[in-house]
Write a protein that binds this ligand. Structure first.
Ligand SMILES: *Cc1c(COP(=O)(O)O)cnc(C)c1O
Length: 355
Protein backbone atom coordinates (compact mmCIF):
# COMPACT_ATOMS: atom_id res chain seq x y z
CA UNK A 1 0.00 0.00 0.00
CA UNK A 2 1.21 3.47 -0.83
CA UNK A 3 2.10 5.55 2.26
CA UNK A 4 1.59 9.28 2.51
CA UNK A 5 3.90 11.00 4.97
CA UNK A 6 2.14 13.82 6.84
CA UNK A 7 4.72 13.97 9.64
CA UNK A 8 5.35 17.45 11.09
CA UNK A 9 9.12 17.08 11.21
CA UNK A 10 11.38 15.42 10.42
CA UNK A 11 9.16 15.08 7.43
CA UNK A 12 8.59 14.21 3.82
CA UNK A 13 11.32 14.85 1.24
CA UNK A 14 11.20 14.13 -2.48
CA UNK A 15 12.11 10.49 -3.08
CA UNK A 16 14.86 11.45 -5.52
CA UNK A 17 16.50 13.69 -2.89
CA UNK A 18 16.66 10.73 -0.52
CA UNK A 19 18.01 8.43 -3.23
CA UNK A 20 20.67 10.91 -4.35
CA UNK A 21 21.79 11.44 -0.76
CA UNK A 22 21.90 7.69 -0.13
CA UNK A 23 23.95 7.26 -3.30
CA UNK A 24 26.46 9.92 -2.20
CA UNK A 25 26.80 8.14 1.13
CA UNK A 26 27.87 5.03 -0.80
CA UNK A 27 29.98 6.69 -3.44
CA UNK A 28 30.47 10.43 -3.55
CA UNK A 29 30.84 11.76 -7.10
CA UNK A 30 32.41 8.52 -8.34
CA UNK A 31 35.34 8.94 -5.94
CA UNK A 32 34.90 5.46 -4.46
CA UNK A 33 34.62 7.13 -1.04
CA UNK A 34 31.53 7.92 0.99
CA UNK A 35 30.37 11.48 1.60
CA UNK A 36 30.73 10.48 5.25
CA UNK A 37 34.45 9.80 5.01
CA UNK A 38 35.84 12.73 3.05
CA UNK A 39 37.19 16.00 4.42
CA UNK A 40 34.71 18.84 4.45
CA UNK A 41 37.52 20.92 2.99
CA UNK A 42 38.07 18.46 0.20
CA UNK A 43 37.91 20.20 -3.13
CA UNK A 44 34.91 18.04 -3.85
CA UNK A 45 32.81 19.15 -0.91
CA UNK A 46 33.40 22.90 -1.14
CA UNK A 47 31.40 23.06 -4.38
CA UNK A 48 28.47 21.43 -2.54
CA UNK A 49 28.33 24.28 -0.01
CA UNK A 50 28.95 26.89 -2.70
CA UNK A 51 26.14 25.58 -4.89
CA UNK A 52 23.73 25.25 -1.96
CA UNK A 53 24.39 28.88 -0.99
CA UNK A 54 24.07 30.06 -4.60
CA UNK A 55 20.81 28.15 -5.14
CA UNK A 56 19.33 29.41 -1.88
CA UNK A 57 20.12 32.96 -2.99
CA UNK A 58 18.71 32.36 -6.44
CA UNK A 59 15.50 30.65 -5.33
CA UNK A 60 14.64 33.24 -2.68
CA UNK A 61 15.96 36.14 -4.72
CA UNK A 62 18.20 37.15 -1.81
CA UNK A 63 19.64 40.65 -2.34
CA UNK A 64 23.31 41.63 -2.21
CA UNK A 65 24.69 42.12 1.28
CA UNK A 66 23.22 38.93 2.74
CA UNK A 67 25.01 35.71 3.65
CA UNK A 68 23.54 32.21 3.70
CA UNK A 69 24.94 29.94 6.42
CA UNK A 70 24.60 26.24 7.20
CA UNK A 71 25.17 25.62 10.90
CA UNK A 72 24.56 23.01 13.58
CA UNK A 73 22.37 23.26 16.65
CA UNK A 74 18.92 23.45 15.11
CA UNK A 75 16.49 26.33 15.27
CA UNK A 76 16.63 26.00 19.05
CA UNK A 77 20.23 27.22 19.16
CA UNK A 78 19.20 30.24 17.07
CA UNK A 79 16.78 31.15 19.87
CA UNK A 80 19.92 31.94 21.89
CA UNK A 81 22.23 33.13 19.09
CA UNK A 82 19.77 35.81 17.96
CA UNK A 83 19.72 37.73 21.26
CA UNK A 84 23.44 37.05 21.80
CA UNK A 85 24.19 38.85 18.54
CA UNK A 86 21.40 41.45 18.42
CA UNK A 87 20.00 42.27 21.86
CA UNK A 88 21.72 45.25 23.42
CA UNK A 89 18.96 46.51 25.73
CA UNK A 90 15.52 45.49 24.60
CA UNK A 91 13.90 43.14 22.10
CA UNK A 92 10.34 42.71 20.85
CA UNK A 93 8.73 39.28 20.34
CA UNK A 94 5.45 38.24 18.77
CA UNK A 95 4.16 35.24 20.68
CA UNK A 96 2.31 32.87 18.36
CA UNK A 97 3.06 29.51 19.95
CA UNK A 98 5.39 27.18 21.78
CA UNK A 99 8.40 27.83 19.53
CA UNK A 100 7.93 31.60 19.75
CA UNK A 101 7.66 31.28 23.53
CA UNK A 102 10.90 29.30 23.64
CA UNK A 103 12.66 31.93 21.55
CA UNK A 104 11.38 34.64 23.87
CA UNK A 105 12.57 32.78 26.95
CA UNK A 106 16.16 32.72 25.68
CA UNK A 107 16.07 36.44 24.87
CA UNK A 108 15.13 37.21 28.48
CA UNK A 109 18.59 35.97 29.48
CA UNK A 110 20.12 38.89 27.59
CA UNK A 111 17.89 41.88 28.30
CA UNK A 112 14.41 43.29 28.42
CA UNK A 113 11.80 41.58 26.29
CA UNK A 114 8.56 43.21 25.20
CA UNK A 115 5.84 40.89 23.96
CA UNK A 116 4.18 42.97 21.23
CA UNK A 117 1.17 40.63 21.10
CA UNK A 118 0.23 37.08 21.97
CA UNK A 119 -2.46 34.67 20.84
CA UNK A 120 -2.04 32.54 23.95
CA UNK A 121 -5.51 33.61 25.15
CA UNK A 122 -7.05 31.33 22.50
CA UNK A 123 -4.43 28.57 22.50
CA UNK A 124 -2.56 30.22 19.61
CA UNK A 125 -5.34 29.66 17.09
CA UNK A 126 -4.77 33.00 15.37
CA UNK A 127 -2.08 35.47 14.32
CA UNK A 128 -2.43 38.76 16.22
CA UNK A 129 -2.75 41.83 14.03
CA UNK A 130 -2.35 45.58 14.45
CA UNK A 131 0.20 45.34 17.23
CA UNK A 132 2.54 48.19 17.91
CA UNK A 133 6.25 47.68 17.35
CA UNK A 134 8.40 49.60 19.85
CA UNK A 135 10.87 51.65 17.80
CA UNK A 136 13.41 51.65 20.62
CA UNK A 137 13.77 47.84 20.59
CA UNK A 138 16.80 46.27 18.91
CA UNK A 139 14.71 43.89 16.79
CA UNK A 140 11.33 42.24 16.36
CA UNK A 141 11.22 38.43 16.36
CA UNK A 142 8.41 36.52 14.64
CA UNK A 143 7.66 32.87 13.88
CA UNK A 144 6.19 32.82 10.39
CA UNK A 145 4.65 29.35 10.58
CA UNK A 146 3.43 27.83 13.80
CA UNK A 147 3.98 24.17 13.17
CA UNK A 148 2.01 22.98 16.19
CA UNK A 149 -1.06 25.23 15.88
CA UNK A 150 -1.42 25.45 12.10
CA UNK A 151 -1.23 29.22 11.79
CA UNK A 152 0.98 31.17 9.41
CA UNK A 153 2.05 34.73 8.66
CA UNK A 154 1.84 34.77 4.88
CA UNK A 155 3.05 38.28 4.20
CA UNK A 156 6.34 39.95 4.92
CA UNK A 157 5.46 42.55 7.51
CA UNK A 158 6.87 46.06 7.55
CA UNK A 159 8.90 46.68 10.65
CA UNK A 160 10.58 49.95 11.66
CA UNK A 161 13.22 47.91 13.51
CA UNK A 162 15.27 44.92 12.28
CA UNK A 163 12.97 41.98 11.63
CA UNK A 164 14.10 38.46 12.56
CA UNK A 165 12.08 35.40 11.61
CA UNK A 166 12.00 31.73 12.50
CA UNK A 167 10.95 30.15 9.17
CA UNK A 168 11.70 26.57 10.16
CA UNK A 169 8.49 25.16 8.79
CA UNK A 170 7.62 27.34 5.81
CA UNK A 171 10.93 28.23 4.20
CA UNK A 172 10.87 27.81 0.41
CA UNK A 173 7.09 27.38 0.33
CA UNK A 174 6.50 30.92 -0.95
CA UNK A 175 8.51 33.83 -2.32
CA UNK A 176 9.82 36.00 0.54
CA UNK A 177 10.88 39.63 0.37
CA UNK A 178 14.19 38.96 2.11
CA UNK A 179 15.09 42.67 2.03
CA UNK A 180 12.54 43.22 4.83
CA UNK A 181 14.45 40.94 7.21
CA UNK A 182 17.72 41.31 9.11
CA UNK A 183 17.90 37.57 9.69
CA UNK A 184 15.89 34.46 8.81
CA UNK A 185 16.65 31.06 10.30
CA UNK A 186 15.27 27.57 10.66
CA UNK A 187 15.95 23.93 11.30
CA UNK A 188 16.17 22.07 7.98
CA UNK A 189 14.05 19.07 8.89
CA UNK A 190 10.63 20.53 8.05
CA UNK A 191 10.92 21.71 4.48
CA UNK A 192 14.55 21.76 3.40
CA UNK A 193 16.54 18.66 4.30
CA UNK A 194 17.07 15.91 6.84
CA UNK A 195 17.70 16.90 10.47
CA UNK A 196 21.14 18.13 11.45
CA UNK A 197 21.60 21.42 9.69
CA UNK A 198 20.24 24.91 10.36
CA UNK A 199 19.96 27.53 7.66
CA UNK A 200 20.57 31.21 8.39
CA UNK A 201 20.08 34.10 5.99
CA UNK A 202 21.68 37.17 7.50
CA UNK A 203 22.10 40.77 6.42
CA UNK A 204 25.80 41.29 7.01
CA UNK A 205 25.67 44.91 8.09
CA UNK A 206 23.22 44.18 10.92
CA UNK A 207 25.90 42.23 12.78
CA UNK A 208 28.46 43.53 15.25
CA UNK A 209 26.18 46.08 16.92
CA UNK A 210 26.13 44.68 20.45
CA UNK A 211 28.77 45.55 23.02
CA UNK A 212 29.04 42.14 24.72
CA UNK A 213 31.68 39.55 23.93
CA UNK A 214 30.30 36.67 21.91
CA UNK A 215 31.80 33.17 22.06
CA UNK A 216 33.35 32.36 18.69
CA UNK A 217 30.95 29.60 17.70
CA UNK A 218 27.89 31.68 18.64
CA UNK A 219 29.04 34.75 16.74
CA UNK A 220 27.39 34.88 13.31
CA UNK A 221 30.38 36.85 12.02
CA UNK A 222 32.60 33.79 12.51
CA UNK A 223 30.44 31.77 10.15
CA UNK A 224 29.97 34.58 7.63
CA UNK A 225 33.73 35.05 7.48
CA UNK A 226 34.47 31.34 7.12
CA UNK A 227 31.62 30.48 4.75
CA UNK A 228 30.08 27.98 7.20
CA UNK A 229 33.42 26.16 7.37
CA UNK A 230 34.78 27.46 10.68
CA UNK A 231 34.40 23.95 12.05
CA UNK A 232 33.22 20.72 10.46
CA UNK A 233 29.74 21.35 9.11
CA UNK A 234 27.02 18.68 8.91
CA UNK A 235 28.00 17.46 5.46
CA UNK A 236 25.29 14.88 4.78
CA UNK A 237 22.36 17.18 5.68
CA UNK A 238 23.95 19.97 3.62
CA UNK A 239 24.25 17.59 0.69
CA UNK A 240 20.60 16.59 0.96
CA UNK A 241 19.65 20.28 1.22
CA UNK A 242 21.49 20.85 -2.04
CA UNK A 243 19.64 17.97 -3.70
CA UNK A 244 16.35 19.46 -2.50
CA UNK A 245 17.27 22.96 -3.68
CA UNK A 246 18.07 21.50 -7.10
CA UNK A 247 14.74 19.66 -7.03
CA UNK A 248 12.84 22.85 -6.20
CA UNK A 249 14.59 24.72 -8.99
CA UNK A 250 13.87 21.96 -11.49
CA UNK A 251 10.21 21.99 -10.45
CA UNK A 252 9.60 25.66 -11.11
CA UNK A 253 11.16 27.31 -8.07
CA UNK A 254 9.48 28.86 -5.07
CA UNK A 255 6.59 30.34 -7.05
CA UNK A 256 5.64 26.82 -8.18
CA UNK A 257 6.00 25.55 -4.60
CA UNK A 258 3.60 28.27 -3.46
CA UNK A 259 1.09 27.36 -6.15
CA UNK A 260 1.18 23.73 -5.00
CA UNK A 261 0.94 24.75 -1.34
CA UNK A 262 -2.16 26.82 -2.07
CA UNK A 263 -3.73 24.00 -4.01
CA UNK A 264 -3.09 21.40 -1.30
CA UNK A 265 -4.39 23.72 1.41
CA UNK A 266 -7.52 24.63 -0.53
CA UNK A 267 -8.40 20.99 -1.13
CA UNK A 268 -7.91 19.95 2.48
CA UNK A 269 -9.50 22.97 4.17
CA UNK A 270 -12.50 22.69 1.83
CA UNK A 271 -13.03 19.13 3.05
CA UNK A 272 -12.56 20.05 6.72
CA UNK A 273 -15.16 22.82 6.31
CA UNK A 274 -17.57 20.55 4.43
CA UNK A 275 -17.27 17.31 6.39
CA UNK A 276 -19.78 17.03 9.25
CA UNK A 277 -17.30 15.19 11.48
CA UNK A 278 -14.41 17.64 11.43
CA UNK A 279 -13.67 21.26 12.26
CA UNK A 280 -10.49 23.28 11.72
CA UNK A 281 -8.71 24.62 14.81
CA UNK A 282 -7.09 27.77 13.38
CA UNK A 283 -9.05 30.92 12.59
CA UNK A 284 -9.68 31.05 8.86
CA UNK A 285 -7.59 34.13 8.08
CA UNK A 286 -4.62 32.70 10.02
CA UNK A 287 -4.64 29.22 8.50
CA UNK A 288 -1.31 27.65 7.64
CA UNK A 289 -0.68 26.03 4.29
CA UNK A 290 2.05 23.86 5.78
CA UNK A 291 0.42 22.34 8.86
CA UNK A 292 -3.30 21.78 8.59
CA UNK A 293 -4.86 21.18 12.01
CA UNK A 294 -8.34 19.89 12.67
CA UNK A 295 -10.33 18.10 15.35
CA UNK A 296 -13.57 16.15 15.55
CA UNK A 297 -16.76 18.11 16.14
CA UNK A 298 -17.78 17.91 19.82
CA UNK A 299 -20.53 15.33 19.19
CA UNK A 300 -18.05 12.98 17.46
CA UNK A 301 -15.18 13.28 19.97
CA UNK A 302 -15.23 9.58 20.79
CA UNK A 303 -14.18 8.73 17.22
CA UNK A 304 -10.66 10.07 17.73
CA UNK A 305 -8.82 6.75 17.98
CA UNK A 306 -11.05 5.15 15.39
CA UNK A 307 -10.29 7.78 12.76
CA UNK A 308 -6.56 7.56 13.45
CA UNK A 309 -6.63 3.79 13.07
CA UNK A 310 -8.75 4.09 9.92
CA UNK A 311 -6.44 6.71 8.37
CA UNK A 312 -3.40 4.61 9.23
CA UNK A 313 -5.00 1.58 7.58
CA UNK A 314 -5.38 3.66 4.42
CA UNK A 315 -1.69 4.58 4.35
CA UNK A 316 -1.82 7.99 6.08
CA UNK A 317 1.25 8.48 8.27
CA UNK A 318 1.72 11.09 10.99
CA UNK A 319 -1.75 12.67 11.07
CA UNK A 320 -2.07 12.61 14.85
CA UNK A 321 -2.22 16.17 16.19
CA UNK A 322 0.29 17.64 18.60
CA UNK A 323 -0.70 17.08 22.24
CA UNK A 324 -1.18 20.85 22.74
CA UNK A 325 -3.93 20.93 20.12
CA UNK A 326 -5.20 17.35 19.97
CA UNK A 327 -7.07 15.94 17.02
CA UNK A 328 -5.21 15.77 13.76
CA UNK A 329 -2.51 17.57 11.86
CA UNK A 330 -1.69 17.00 8.22
CA UNK A 331 1.68 18.55 7.47
CA UNK A 332 1.83 19.40 3.78
CA UNK A 333 5.37 20.44 3.02
CA UNK A 334 6.77 21.02 -0.47
CA UNK A 335 7.20 17.33 -1.27
CA UNK A 336 3.60 16.38 -0.43
CA UNK A 337 1.74 15.57 -3.62
CA UNK A 338 -1.78 16.70 -4.50
CA UNK A 339 -2.51 12.98 -4.79
CA UNK A 340 -1.53 12.54 -1.12
CA UNK A 341 -3.92 15.28 0.00
CA UNK A 342 -6.70 13.81 -2.15
CA UNK A 343 -6.08 10.41 -0.56
CA UNK A 344 -6.52 11.96 2.88
CA UNK A 345 -9.72 13.70 1.75
CA UNK A 346 -11.06 10.40 0.37
CA UNK A 347 -10.29 8.83 3.72
CA UNK A 348 -12.20 11.57 5.58
CA UNK A 349 -15.18 11.16 3.25
CA UNK A 350 -15.28 7.42 3.64
CA UNK A 351 -15.10 7.78 7.41
CA UNK A 352 -17.95 10.30 7.32
CA UNK A 353 -20.14 7.78 5.45
CA UNK A 354 -19.40 5.18 8.12
CA UNK A 355 -20.87 7.52 10.76
C1 LIG B 1 10.58 22.40 14.73
C2 LIG B 1 10.64 23.86 14.98
C3 LIG B 1 11.65 24.43 15.78
C4 LIG B 1 12.70 23.60 16.47
O1 LIG B 1 13.64 23.18 15.56
P1 LIG B 1 14.95 22.36 16.02
O2 LIG B 1 15.74 22.36 14.76
O3 LIG B 1 14.49 21.00 16.44
O4 LIG B 1 15.60 23.09 17.13
C5 LIG B 1 11.65 25.80 15.93
N1 LIG B 1 10.72 26.57 15.36
C6 LIG B 1 9.73 26.06 14.59
C7 LIG B 1 8.74 26.98 13.97
C8 LIG B 1 9.67 24.69 14.37
O5 LIG B 1 8.70 24.17 13.64
Amino acid sequence: MKKYNFNAGPSILPREVIEQTAQACLDFNGSGLSLMEISHRAKDFQPVVDEAVALFKELLNIPEGYSVLFLGGGASLEFCMVPYNYLEKKAAYLNTGVWATKAEKEAKLFGEVVEVASSKDKNFTYIPENFEIPTDADYLHITTNNTIYGTEILKDIDSPIPLIADMSSDILSRPVDVSKYALIYGGAQKNLSMAGVTFVIVKDDTLGKVSRQIPTMLDYRTHVKKGSMFNTPPVVPIYSALMNLRYIKAHGGVAAMEKLAKERAEILYAEIDRNKLFVGTAEKNSRSRMNITFVLEPEYQDLQDEFLAFATSKGMVGVKGHRDVGGFRASCYNAMSIEGVKALVACMQEFEKMH
